[in-house]
Design a protein around this ligand. Structure first.
Ligand code: HEC
Length: 216
């Protein structure tokens, strides 16, 4: 064997040996770029002995809320809380009350409320007609306002369950506006134009169109 061949073979053997790890799984030997296997950041629920419970996952700071979340924990879910909602639960002053908001409220109402309360809010929804549900009031028979509707959708009332899981606080204000519109229609004090031409006759929409005309 020539010297050159011997040199080449032993060189290759040395390199191959260098890349081989020993069989000991606890100590895999030399690692090229260990950061790629084990990032310096902690993994969720990784054991981590720097904290008392030795878990890397931490609870969010108390009182943390998701971005954009409007919390409603102002009043308790009690008859007393319900009464107070009529005066204390206020729609945010800058919440839109234009015709677009109202029509969004109408859509939400169709999805979440109409099957009990009826399209017109007369308490005669399809579930009531089919006698699956009883005791649904017409909106004009109750002393309600935006705040109390928001409260009732949040917590429920009597046999009506809470809709907090389906209807976000923002949607609740929209649907509450729509319920108030239905109520005034039932009471026969409608200033609103028919829904179809809400855009065309903006002046007749009263509070609906306040964003542009007057500050509401
Ligand atoms: C499963 C049937 C059902 C659904 C769905 C439902 N309600 Fe009701 N709702 C009722 C019943 C029954 C009552 C009467 C509760 C009571 O006072 O005993 C009621 C009462 C109300 C009242 C009057 C509460 C008061 O202050 O006296 C409002 C306002 C109301 N619902 C709004 C809504 C809105 C808005 C939705 C949709 C987000 C909705 N409801 C969905 C059954 C329903």
């Amino acid at each position: 064997m020539s010297k050159l061949k011997l040199f080449t073979y032993s060189g290759v053997a040395a390199v191959m040996l260098g890349f081989t790890a020993c069989n000991d799984k606890e100590h895999p030997g030399w690692e090229y770029m260990p950061d790629m296997y084990r990032g310096p950041a902690l993994n969720t629920f990784q054991a981590y002995d720097q904290f008392e419970d030795s878990l890397s996952a931490r609870l969010p700071v108390e009182g943390t809320i998701p971005r954009g979340f409007l919390a409603y924990d102002k009043l308790p879910n009690t008859p007393e809380g319900y009464e107070r909602s009529k005066t204390e639960t206020k729609m945010p002053a800058d919440f839109p009350s234009d015709s677009l908001t109202l029509s969004e409220g109408g859509k939400l109402y169709g999805i979440y409320c109409a099957h009990c309360h009826g399209e017109k809010g007369d308490g005669n929804g399809i579930l009531v007609q089919l006698e699956k549900y009883v005791g649904v009031p017409a909106y004009d028979t109750r002393e309600i306002n935006l705040g109390s509707i928001f409260h009732v959708v949040t917590y429920g009332k009597g046999v009506m369950g809470s809709h907090a899981a389906q209807v976000t606080p923002e949607e609740r204000w929209k649907v509450a506006q729509y319920v108030m519109k239905l109520r005034s229609e039932l009471l026969g004090v409608t200033e609103e134009p028919a829904e179809e031409d809400a855009g065309a006759t903006a002046d007749a929409a009263g509070s609906e169109e306040t964003t542009e005309t007057n500050e509401g």
